[in-house]
Design a protein around this ligand. Structure first.
Ligand SMILES: [Zn+2]
Length: 125
């Protein structure tokens, strides 16, 4: 008999692989292994890069780090998850990500780091 914990872990791993595959197929978004990513810093806040954009928005390979809505809020010093970057210059990528705190897959979005930086500068005045 298999342990239920193992089964849940298998489900999560399968779903993570599916999401990563979809992101690559649809948006050329590539996952970054934990520890391999760049440290993204704005002001006093910093997060690890988890995703990178390998898309061509019309001027060659993008290569920019992408941050989740939660990471964007953290970097911007906001405590609400609503729309951390209301008018991104590069459209956000909607996806589903594992929320480790909740232990479930929730709808999320990926923003280009340059858009978060722009938002940060705007907030600084
Ligand atoms: Zn890009």
């Amino acid at each position: 008999m298999s342990s239920p914990t193992l089964t849940l872990n298998d489900l999560i791993r399968t779903r993570l692989e599916e999401i990563a595959e979809d992101l690559w197929q649809n948006d050329r978004v590539m996952g970054v292994n934990h520890g391999d990513g760049r440290v993204l810093q704005l002001g006093t806040a910093a997060v690890w890069e988890q995703w990178a954009c390998h898309s061509d928005h019309g001027y060659g390979l993008c290569g920019e780090p992408l941050v989740t809505a939660t990471q964007a809020s953290t970097l911007l010093g906001m405590y609400s998850d609503d729309d951390p970057v209301p008018n991104p210059s590069i459209p956000l990528i909607e996806t589903e990500l594992l929320d480790e705190g909740v232990g479930a897959f929730l709808p999320d979005a990926l923003f280009h780091f340059s858009d978060v930086t722009r938002e940060f500068k705007k907030a600084q005045g």
